[in-house]
Design a protein around this ligand. Structure first.
Ligand SMILES: Nc1ncnc2c1ncn2[C@@H]1O[C@H](COP(=O)(O)OP(=O)(O)OP(=O)(O)O)[C@@H](O)[C@H]1O
Length: 260
């Protein structure tokens, strides 16, 4: 469903070039929940953002459901992006619009008539259990509720793929669990393939069928989370699993204790 073929990304930072993602290939089967885990700066978000060309690869190809995104015109890409929803750490909601209007916003771009937009927005808010908040504004909601509105918005165009960039990093553990349950339900009931970036191994363990470990811009191993016993082979993979109970995310961000 999602294929990266030898994609790489370099950024210019002043006079220097940063190799955010080194030539990397990854295939995510339809219906899977693929996690990407690693420390800060490993290239996780850059790889994820290349899945819908929010970040243009310096080289390589990206395919969604067999269609090569990297070969499309701007108009064709806009169309193809409708089948790819995205959820961000900080929700990215329009603060001066109601929850329903936030969801309807993406449907306007799809040129859906007003009545259908309203019906679809209600349906999506219903999926995330927020039908009663349709007329409220983001500022009136908790962090978890805001993220649920963002998920409803991402679902509005019936996507085949949902890209999640640290969707629970700003949330407490209980709210995190409820968001993960919604993502699980969306994957199971709507057959949406999910790719999720996280630095929280607990999140990856709870949700993902596969987890790619990233280090220095490259995927160093791919773990099959459906196996009864998971045995990481890289020092980083091992470290992440050994410290699964670490509760402070700052430790994860700094990579404290890791001597790979
Ligand atoms: N727009 C940009 N311009 C310059 N350098 C960038 C840009 N975006 C990312 N980078 C650099 O690319 C590398 C990978 O960044 P990326 O955000 O993909 O990592 P990450 O693993 O998602 O980190 P984090 O968990 O902190 O978000 C880092 O060195 C980062 O500083």
């Amino acid at each position: 469903m999602i294929t990266f073929r030898e994609v790489s990304k370099q950024f210019k930072a002043g006079r220097q070039w940063v190799e955010a993602v080194r030539p990397t290939s990854l295939h995510v089967e339809k219906g899977q929940i693929q996690g990407i885990i690693g420390f800060s700066g490993a290239g996780k978000s850059t790889l994820l953002r290349m899945a819908n060309l929010l970040e243009l690869p310096t080289a390589g190809e990206v395919y969604i459901d067999g269609q090569e995104l990297t070969g499309l015109s701007a108009g064709e890409l806009r169309e193809a992006r409708r089948s790819i929803g995205m959820v961000f750490q900080h929700y990215n909601l329009l603060s001066n619009e109601t929850c329903a209007a936030n969801v309807e916003f993406v449907l306007k771009a799809a040129k859906l008539p007003g009545r259908e937009r309203k019906r679809r927005a209600e349906e999506c808010l219903e999926i995330v259990g927020l039908a009663d908040k349709a007329k409220q504004y983001p500022a009136q909601l908790s962090g978890g509720q805001k993220q649920r509105v963002a998920i409803a918005r991402a679902l509005a165009n019936n996507p085949k793929v949902l890209l999640c960039d640290e969707p629970t990093s700003a949330l407490d553990p209980v709210t995190t669990l409820s968001i993960l349950e919604f993502l699980e339900k969306i994957n199971r009931e709507l057959q949406v393939t999910i790719m999720l970036v996280t630095h929280e191994i607990q999140v990856a363990k709870r949700l993902c069928s596969r987890v790619a470990v990233m280090e220095g811009g490259a995927i160093t191993e791919q773990l099959d989370m459906t196996l009864p016993e998971i045995k990481p082979v890289t020092p980083l993979g091992q470290f992440l699993f050994d410290t699964a109970e670490v509760s402070s995310s700052s430790v994860w961000r700094r990579g404290e204790g890791y001597r790979g």
